[in-house]
Write a protein that binds this ligand. Sequence first.
Ligand SMILES: [Zn+2]
Length: 343
Amino acid sequence: MPNSANLKKPNFVGVDLGGTNIKVGVLDDAGKTLSYVTTPTLVERGPEDAMKRMAEAVLQAVEKAGLTPADVARVGLGSPGTLDIPSGSLVRPSNLPGWNFFPIRDKLAEYSGLPVTFAHDGPAAAFAEYWVGAGQGEEGLILLTLGTGVGCGIVLNGHVWNGTHSHGGEAGHNLIDTSENARWCKCGQRGHLEAYASATGVANRTIEYVEAEFKTSLTERVRARKRDDEIPKMVFEEAEAGDEVALRIVKETARYLSHGMIALIHTIDPSCILIGGAMTFGGKTTATGRIFLETIEQETRSRIFLHLAERLRIDYAVMGNDAGYVGAAGLARQDWEEAQAAE
Ligand SMILES: [Zn+2]
C-alpha cells in the first residue's frame, strides 16, 4: 500500500454504492471533486463481480484526475444498509438482494490496493453537507433524504453517529402511525415514516386519490403511467400548475415528514435538520418546493418545545446526487487525519 503518511497534499476517493449505480469521485483535501466515474451496479451478478468493477472505477477515476494511487491517502466507501461498520460487512441490504454478509470493505481494499473507510450511505451524505454543503459549522446535524425510501444521517460534534450496531441512520423506520390499518413499510412493519413520506409513499397515496375519483388534473397522467416512480414528478408538476389535490399531497407529505422529525428533535436536540434526496418538489427554486418546506417548518415548530422551535434551523440540503461519494471521501479524510494526529 502507498505510504500515505508522506502525502503533503492528500487526495481522497469517495465511492457511493447504490442499487442501480456505483458513483466514484476523487476529491482534494478541501472537498473539491477532481474527477468522477460511474458504473452500473449490476446487482444480479453478485458482490464479487461488482467489487472488482468498483476497484477498476476507483483506479480509472484516479487516472482521470491526473493522479496515481500513490497520491491517494484513503478511499471512503458508502453503502446502503443494513450493514456492520466495524467488520466492514453488509448485513441484509434491502436493495442489494443476495449480497448479505459480504465483506465489501476488505474486498475493495484488496482489489484497489488502497486503504478503505466504510460508511452507511445516509450518514455519509449527512457528512458531505457538514463538510462542504448546507450544514457547515452545525454542532448537531440531521439529514433526511426523500427518495424511494427515507434515508437519515446524523453528525454530532463533527462525527457521524452510526449507532451501537451500525443501524443509527434508520429514522425512515420511525413509527408515525400506530393504527391497526397503518400503511405497510417495505421492511415488513406497519406505520413507519418511509411508508408515508418517501417517493413510494407519495405514489401510493396519489393513486388512492385518483382511484377515489377526486377531481384532479393528475387523473389522466397517473392512469397513463408506465411506472409508479413517475408519479412524484407528476404531483410536483400539477402542484406547480395549481392543482389542489396535488398541492394537498405535497402538504400531507410535509406533515408526515414532520411527525418523523419531532421524535428525532426531542431525542437528539440538533442545531439543524436538512431535507434532501430526489423528492424535494424543486426545492427553494419553485413555489411548490417553498410550500413543502414552509409546511414542514409549521408542522414541526408548532409541535416541539418552544425553546427548540425558536432555535432549530430547517432547510434544504445542497449536495444532491454528489452527497454520497463526497461524504464517503470526507469520512476517509477524517480517518486519515485522525491517524496522522495519533502518530
Ligand atoms: Zn420500515
